[in-house]
Design a binder for this molecule. Structure first.
Ligand SMILES: [Zn+2]
Length: 273
């Protein structure tokens, strides 16, 4: 699933291709991805709108329109957004095309058809309950410590909880916990001040590193131009690239379920106590 670094890369790389462009029409091959309003209203309210900006919040992409409305997209498990010339052949898994002026098209491809689009006036209707952005200046170690206070849930589950912190999923939670030397089932409220400080630093470090590498091309993730990201080559424990032995101490990496999500960790570098 695309997480913060993948969605940030998509946002950055879409921007120069779509901002200032006007939507000329929409083609939907799978109506189920329009969550709000009705399909008819969604299409009619988008047509002739100019895209004035693209932002990211958590794993959501937020497109500003000159009407003041916002087109919000969540790629879910397998969605990708691709910039194509108007002459391009349709992809097999194409679910929607946003036709733009000057011969540009934005393809929404999604093998599993789980991706979602909303057209809203107030973004908080969709993203209002998200936790803090981990790369913003106001996300300090103190903020993380406050949020962890008294939380008796496994730290891995908290990191993947979008209302606790926005944008992190299975891959980067495992990477951040490894970098911080914290076992995934440790209870959030039991982390020491030193551990919280290490975790804060590790979260920012793994996310910035992955953005620098344009995201991780595991599963179906592609950048808008169709290129792959390379962040997965930096993964230390996330299972997508071997990860059989700890790169630090050589202990075999273990996998345990934490709230039904496979979690990879080094039992030596990330002790359970
Ligand atoms: Zn180790």
């Amino acid at each position: 699933m695309p997480e913060l670094p993948e969605v940030e890369t998509i946002k950055n790389e879409l921007l120069p291709h779509i901002v200032g462009h006007r939507i000329t029409s929409i083609t939907l091959f799978w109506d189920g991805m329009v969550r709000q309003p009705s399909v008819e209203e969604f299409c009619s309210r988008l047509i002739a709108q100019e895209i004035t900006g693209v932002a990211r919040r958590g794993k959501y992409l937020i497109f500003s329109l000159n009407s003041g409305n916002l087109l919000i997209i969540h790629l879910k498990m397998t969605g990708s957004l691709l910039i194509k010339p108007a002459s391009a052949e349709p992809d097999k898994f194409i679910r929607a095309v946003i036709h733009l002026d000057k011969g540009t098209e934005l393809y929404f491809c999604d093998p599993r058809k789980l991706g979602v689009m909303w057209l809203v006036e107030d973004k908080n209707a969709i993203v209002g309950k998200l936790g803090p952005e981990p790369l913003e200046a106001d996300f300090t170690p103190q903020v993380l410590a406050q949020r962890l206070n008294n939380r008796m849930a496994p730290i891995k589950a908290l990191l993947c909880d979008q209302t606790f912190i926005a944008g992190i999923g299975n891959m980067y939670a495992d990477e951040a916990l490894f970098a911080a030397g914290i076992h995934p089932v440790r209870l959030g409220g039991n982390l020491s001040q030193d551990e919280v400080g290490r975790l804060h630093q590790a979260i920012q470090q793994v996310l910035w590193s992955a953005i620098g590498n344009k995201g991780a091309s595991v599963d179906t993730y592609l950048r808008p131009g169709g290129e792959l990201g390379t962040a997965h080559f930096q993964f230390q424990v996330a299972h997508y690239l071997g990860g059989k032995f700890c790169p630090v101490c050589g202990t075999p990496i273990e996998r345990i379920p934490v709230r039904n999500r496979g979690s990879y960790f080094c039992p030596n570098c990330q002790p359970e106590l």
